[in-house]
Design a binder for this molecule. Sequence first.
Ligand code: HEM
Length: 414
Amino acid sequence: MTKEMPKERGIDHTFNLLTEGYNYIGKRMSEKDTDVFETRLLGKKMIVMTGRDAAELFYDETKFKRSGALPIRIQKTLFGVGGVQTKDGEKHRIRKAMFMSLMTEERLGLFRTIMEEEWKRKGREMERKGKAVLYDESEELILRGICRWTGVPLTDVESWGRAYDIGAMIDAAGGVGKRYRVGEDARVRTEEWVEDVILAIREGRLQTEEGSAAHVMAFHEESGERLDLHMAAIELLNVIRPAVAVARFVAFAALALHDFPEWKDKLNTQKELNNFANEVRRFYPFTPFLGAIVKKDFEWNGYAFNEGDAVLMDFHGVNRDPRLWDKPEEFNPDRFNGFVDDRFNFIPQGGGDPNHGHRCPGEPVTVTIIEESVRYLANSLQYEVPEQDLTINMVRMPTLPTSRFVMDRIRVVG
Ligand code: HEM
């Protein structure tokens, strides 16, 4: 006999999700004192889960699949239609291995050097401007860096426009109306740009380093055939786009340095910098949740999950779960000293093993960007933080500090 799953009453709760944002799931879990409840979103029954054990369950590939789980509207803006995120089983493993092959120690070392150089360049540029919006500057800076790393040519003339487009694709993920349409158009333009790059590589008009993402994706083969041009562009953008998304963490990191300045003096070692970057990824809201579909009937904690049921895993909640984190509402990078990562208890970019499941392959890239940004902001740049609206709107997904972190009287000091 299975138990009755706690249920949210009413016909549909999409409106509640849209008006409560990041707080929607946590609020109901506490009210119902549960790790799982049933609701209806976009007219469909949905099982919502939270907690470390639910995360482990979510990544059990014998129980869940991804194909059919990602709404097409998200694929048409954020991810691209039919990319690695939507694949299961052997097809996923082969495609995923292509992403993991980019993350060698040598390539990541090169990326760190590129980020250091790009920050020096950006610092001088911001000093000339005197006043700048850190979030916008970071998007452009990261795009320059990731294009160099992936082997995608980017001219000075196009860098701001391309960064804006990629930002719009990311922002459209949780948007409706104009916000969504702007992102959709931006994806079409951006895919065309990257398709041209892949074609030029294949035709030998553009030389790229072996091991770089552009080279790997241009020549990757599945069942003896190259990816079609469009899919190769989508997958190359699956490296470029999320890297640009790290600008949100850069803005949050600057906010942390501003709100908790006592940590600035504790950034002397690589370990301290790494702790700070991880605490930024844990503390500030980014990925709220993700969906999957039940593959075949099973029971979990006495509840029935039936084939075809849609589930939503609460990523945000796990990073703030008091059963896992002491005083989760406190910003404390030191909590990562001695922290034992069991792959499901710290999941800002998904859980499990990135080599086998869907966990983000880009965590080392993300952490490198945050670390190098914090290093530069804390040691090499002097700036004032003028009066502005630094609140984080928890209804907006994905969110960021409202004023996007304005800096004034910027001076390079190191
Ligand atoms: C997957 C978050 C940065 C590439 C994911 C997933 C999340 C995530 C939550 C889904 C995990 C799942 O489906 O179970 C983030 C966040 C980032 C970030 C918050 C920083 C802002 C990056 C970077 C890259 C990257 C820098 C590439 C260099 C990917 C790819 C996938 C993915 C290709 C799909 C993996 C798969 O389906 O197997 N990311 N990511 N991400 N991420 Fe990231």
